[in-house]
Each structure stands twice: as C-alpha cells, then as structure tokens.
Write a protein that binds this ligand. Structure first.
Ligand SMILES: Nc1nc2c(ncn2[C@@H]2O[C@H](COP(=O)(O)OP(=O)(O)OP(=O)(O)O)[C@@H](O)[C@H]2O)c(=O)[nH]1
Ligand SMILES: [Mg+2]
Ligand SMILES: [Zn+2]
Length: 307
C-alpha cells in the first residue's frame, strides 16, 4: 500500500492512507538504500512510502519513493544533511512583530534554501496587532528589489488569516520560523477547534519555549497539507559553494547576467551589476549586506574544510 508520512517520532512513523493513520516502523533494508544515505534519517515527513500492514493496527515501511525535493539543513561538522521534510510545494517563512525580534537575515537564508530546492518560498509576518507605525513598510522596503510574496497577519485578531489560508489551499506547505513567532497559533486561528498547543514567549529573553516538539503534517479541508515544525534556531547553508550563492540569492540571480565576471560573487569583482543596483537604490542595501554576511560564512567554512 502507498501512503504519506505525516509524523516521525523516534523509530515510529505515522503514515496516512485515505484519511487513516497507521503507526509504522522501518524495514532494516531501508538504511542501506544509497539514495537515502546522505540524510540524517532515511524517512521524513512528506515522504511517499510503500508500507505493509501487520493486521494489528501497525505496519512497516518497505520503500521510499523518489523525492521531488527535500528540505534540509547542514551543520558544520556533520557529513549528513538533517532532513526535515520532503516533497514540498511551498516553504513559508514565519516572522513576527513584537517578540521574538524580527530576523530578516534568517528569512534570507531560507529563501536561498527555497531557490536551491526549486520550492516557492513566501514570507508571512505575524502579530500585526503589535506592529508599530510603518513596521510593515520597513519589511516591504527590505525586499523592494524583488517580487517576494509577503503576507501580514495576526493570529490574535484574525487579520489577514483568510488570505493566508487561501494561499495554502491545495498545496503542501511547511511553516518555518524561530520559536514563538506564532506558527502554531496561525494554524489554530485558520482552523478553529484544532486546539494545538502554543506557549508564551519569555518576557526576559524574548524567546519562545518550543511549544511544538515534533514535525507534523496536518491534512485540512480544501486539500491543504500544512507541516508545523518546532522553532529552528540555526539554519546552515553549508552545502552551498560561495560562487553559487549569487545565483540562489533571488533577485541577484536574476540580474547576475549583467555582471562583467561570471560567476560573480558580487563582492570585489569590477563591473558588478548587483553593486550598481545597490548604489542606485534598486536593491536595498540591507539585503546586500545580508548577502555579504552569508557569503563570508560560506567562504570561512570552505577554508576550514580544505585546511
Ligand atoms: N499579540 C499576538 N500574540 C500572538 C499572535 N500569534 C501568536 N501569539 C503569541 O505568541 C506566543 C507563541 O505562539 P506559538 O504559536 O506557540 O509559536 P510557535 O511559532 O508555534 O512556537 P514553537 O512551537 O515553540 O516553535 C503565544 O503566547 C501566542 O499567544 C498574534 O498574532 N499577536
Ligand atoms: Mg508551535
Ligand atoms: Zn556581480
């Protein structure tokens, strides 16, 4: 039988088939599948799998279908990619006004990940009820050189929630953002009665408390499948080479054809189109600095790796 993995918990995997949920383990042979070896776990949420039922309400996963894409992150010293989900239609970066503090650098890294995997990424900024005058305008300005879809919502007042729900209809989306931005609250607000657990942001540190502890997919009306995740604190791009970064940095990739050098890292090279666009204000300076920041991290990582 075929199903979709909706939850991983230790060595147990919940597989959904026609609205039924079956608790499965893995066949040992999957650990030797060469396609899966580069990942931290052989199976992830979103995977389409073949499984066999044991007649007692459980089952075993026999095979994993080829993935259209995989959402992963890589940390410095690990040879494997930490896989969070597979087969996504959408990545939704969630940020908020108030606390925890807005972090567009984090969003920029996520956007690079999306381009690299070929998955459309959008930005949703929550807690609009806490936004000061022109806070939303500042976010729009930061991305003004680029047609990123940005939605402003409030899970608390319900503002913008309908439009956000419409964005997710008929698609499989993953919600990514640090703890406390309100990923789960947005789900609760979109689907009253869901009653998922949320948690206060600490008054002293301004950080969330990891209310959500598991990656889990919810199948909702209108064919929306939404993956809620625990807050990601770190987000490495260590599998990307420095020369590649410009291609994956959204609007930079679009204009890079105008650079005198190819590949151009838009840093020290003469005749750089991107630097020209930053100077004349077509691309925001902050976003360029964010790019240089990621570039420096990737260069440093590469130097240490080959030492
Ligand atoms: N003022 C305001 N507070 C909100 C809003 N949305 C969520 N919150 C609060 O923010 C806190 C964190 O919300 P959660 O939904 O648990 O955040 P999360 O992103 O799911 O956090 P993790 O599961 O830990 O990753 C809770 O105290 C919510 O009540 C909003 O639109 N406005
Ligand atoms: Mg949560
Ligand atoms: Zn350039």
């Amino acid at each position: 039988m075929t199903g979709t993995v909706v939850k991983c918990f230790g060595k147990y995997y919940t597989v959904e088939n026609n609205g039924r949920r079956i608790n499965c383990t893995l066949r040992g042979k999957l650990r030797n599948d060469p396609r899966l070896e580069k990942y931290s776990e052989p199976v992830a949420v979103g995977d389409v799998v073949d499984f066999e039922e044991d007649g007692k309400g459980g089952g075993a996963i026999e095979a994993v279908s080829d993935r259209a894409n995989a959402f992963t992150r890589r940390f410095k010293d690990s040879g494997r990619d930490d896989i969070i989900a597979a087969n996504l239609d959408r990545i939704v970066a969630i940020q908020c006004f108030g606390k925890p503090k807005l972090n567009l650098r984090f969003v920029d890294r996520l956007l690079v990940r999306g381009v690299k995997e070929g998955v459309e990424t959008l930005l949703c900024v929550n807690k609009l009820d806490l936004a000061g005058h022109d806070d939303a305008g500042r976010v729009r300005d930061y991305y003004h050189g680029y047609d990123l879809s940005i939605l402003f919502v409030s899970a608390k007042t319900g503002k913008g929630i309908k439009a956000f729900k419409k964005e997710l209809a008929g698609k499989m989306s993953i919600l990514i953002g640090n703890s406390g931005v309100g990923k789960t609250s947005i789900l609760n607000s979109m689907y009253p009665g869901l009653g998922l657990r949320t948690s206060e942001v600490s008054g002293s540190t301004g950080k969330g408390r990891h209310a959500t502890t598991n990656v889990e997919m919810l199948s909702m009306e209108g064919g929306a499948r939404i993956i809620d995740t625990p807050g990601l604190r770190e987000f490495g791009l260590m599998d990307i080479e420095p020369e590649e970064l410009g291609i994956h940095f959204m609007e930079f990739g679009r204009y890079a054809g105008g650079c005198a050098f190819s590949p151009c890292t838009h840093d020290h090279e003469p005749g750089c189109e991107i630097k020209k666009l930053v100077e004349n204000g077509s691309i925001s300076e902050d976003r360029y600095v964010s790019y240089l920041n990621i570039l420096a991290t990737l260069k440093e990582y590469r130097e240490n790796r080959y030492r």
